[in-house]
Design a protein around this ligand. Structure first.
Ligand code: SF4
Length: 358
């Protein structure tokens, strides 16, 4: 084992919380197999051998976005020929065409000033009325921030009304990396990391749970990645409202940052392992297979991950696909189950709150 990992490894075996300094040592190490072994040890003790997945569908209501983050390949200007804003009827039809066996709808979109609060409220209400058995996970904290600012309502009032309309939980997204330096450089118009955490805390206190994520592979430092994980861990200590953590590798294709090299399999597995080791108050660390493929996902199950994401019907116009993810589309339950079983783990089809599916 890398000698710089020995002290951290002892702490992990004693079940102690890791410090920022420990986290930096983990991320700076190239001893991937030792990181994997430690993360797998923690995963087994904390989460057991089940590997979770969900039958879900992603819905994008608009790709118009006035924030235009440099790392985003999904957003468009209002007048671009391929910009779109869907009607509520369009979205209901999209779900009808693929609803068979779904548990969850995940709804997100760009920051489009043409959309009023009533649109968002009606969207949730109409989908929940049409599909009462589906859990609706919608809007990242950044979208909630925009909805509140543009409507003049407080974040609390927005969440009360959306919850009443049928909102079940908030979508992951918009967290990127909290570092103000990185946000200034790559997404200066976006909600700050501090505000993202405040909005998420408000939602959790109102009983609206969510997921946390980290977008990595921009120019953030090792310290900035670890600080991000510690901020998320602190909020989880306070509210317990995160269901899972999702490390997201930056995909440069079709973005303004296309010259970036993108994360390798080594980077992706290391980030999964370090997330598992730093986030001692998260049971679920998710590898989203659309970002790295099922084969790498299967390997990630030995590096701390215990969730492969969803069947993700029709991601093909979505965020990952726009950025060149090669694994867009959907997979089947059978394929996910086969992938998990071949890794000698137990497949578990979950609901949004990690409960067994009826
Ligand atoms: S990442 Fe989100 S906020 Fe940023 S440009 Fe893309 S859609 Fe807009």
């Amino acid at each position: 084992m890398d000698k710089n990992l020995i002290e951290v490894s002892d702490r992990i075996e004693r079940g102690e919380r890791l410090s920022e300094e420990n986290g930096i040592k983990l991320l700076e190490s190239s001893d991937l197999l030792s990181l994997g072994r430690l993360a797998d040890f923690v995963r087994r003790n904390k989460a057991g051998d089940e590997v979770y997945f969900i039958a879900n569908k992603h819905l994008y209501y608009t790709n118009v976005c006035v924030w235009r983050c440099k790392f985003c390949a999904f957003s468009r200007n209002l007048n671009d020929s391929d910009s779109y804003t869907k009607t509520i009827e369009d979205l209901i039809l999209e779900v009808k065409n693929s609803e068979n066996g779904l548990s969850e709808l995940r709804i997100t979109g760009g920051i489009n000033p043409k959309l009023s609060f009533e649109f968002f409220e009606n969207l949730i209400f109409s989908l929940k009325s049409a599909f009462p058995y589906l859990h609706i996970e919608a809007f990242a904290p950044t979208e909630i921030d925009f909805i509140a600012l543009s409507s003049g309502l407080s974040v609390e009032d927005v969440l009360i009304r959306l919850k009443k309309a049928g909102l079940g939980s908030l979508a992951a997204g918009g967290a990127e990396v909290f570092s103000p330096r990185i946000r200034r450089e790559f997404c200066p118009k976006k909600t700050s990391g501090k505000r993202w955490l405040e909005i998420t805390k408000t939602a959790h206190q109102m009983g609206v749970c969510s997921n946390a994520s980290l977008l990595y592979g921009l120019t953030e430092t090792v310290e900035e990645r670890i600080d991000h994980l510690i901020e998320v861990r602190n909020l989880q200590d306070e509210t317990g409202g995160f269901n899972s953590f999702i490390p997201l590798p930056f995909l440069p294709e079709n973005t303004k940052l296309f010259s970036f090299s993108g994360s390798t399999g080594f980077d992706i597995l290391k980030m999964i392992a370090v997330s598992r080791l730093m986030l001692d108050n998260f049971k679920h660390i998710k590898f989203l297979w659309i970002y790295g493929g099922l084969k790498l996902g299967q390997t990630a199950l030995s590096f701390g991950a215990n969730d492969l994401g969803g069947t993700v019907i029709e991601e093909n116009k979505g965020v990952a696909r726009s950025a060149g993810a090669k694994n867009f589309g959907f997979t089947t339950r059978e394929e996910l189950i086969r992938t998990i079983k071949r890794a000698d783990r137990i497949p578990f089809e979950r609901g949004v709150l990690y409960q067994a599916r009826n």
